[in-house]
Design a protein around this ligand. Sequence first.
Ligand SMILES: [Zn+2]
Ligand SMILES: [Zn+2]
Length: 149
Amino acid sequence: MPSCSECGRKVMLAYRCRYCGEGFCEEHRLPERHQCPGIEAAKEEARIGRARAGDRRGDFGAWVDSASSTRFYLEGHVFEKTLSGDIQIDNGRFSRDEAREIAEMLSSDNPFLKLNATLAIWAKNGTIYVGLLVAAVILLAVVIVILKV
Ligand SMILES: [Zn+2]
Ligand SMILES: [Zn+2]
């Protein structure tokens, strides 16, 4: 059984720190919780991530408020202004406020918020049903693979 490099506790599954490569228990898995030689790199990465998310939010706000009619790309989604003043995201139409909220969620570092934003876009698009179908097929494939092993 692997053990935590910080406290030595035996664990079923060690979390591998991606900055120093050592294995840790749940409690010590974050770089700031163990004597991680990569702590500065981890902090820098977090700082850059936050700055980038802030930039993306700022960019979107500037684009919405500007008279520009160019497209805006965010996290693989296309934002476009419509003549009525709504915002078209991919193939779904949203009010400005909704679009702002979705852009905010897409810019977030939280994967659940990102997923929610993507689902909201899909729901408007009608692609959510296609998405669910794809998810069901993948799930079925996974189940088949597991059963064979
Ligand atoms: Zn530990
Ligand atoms: Zn570490």
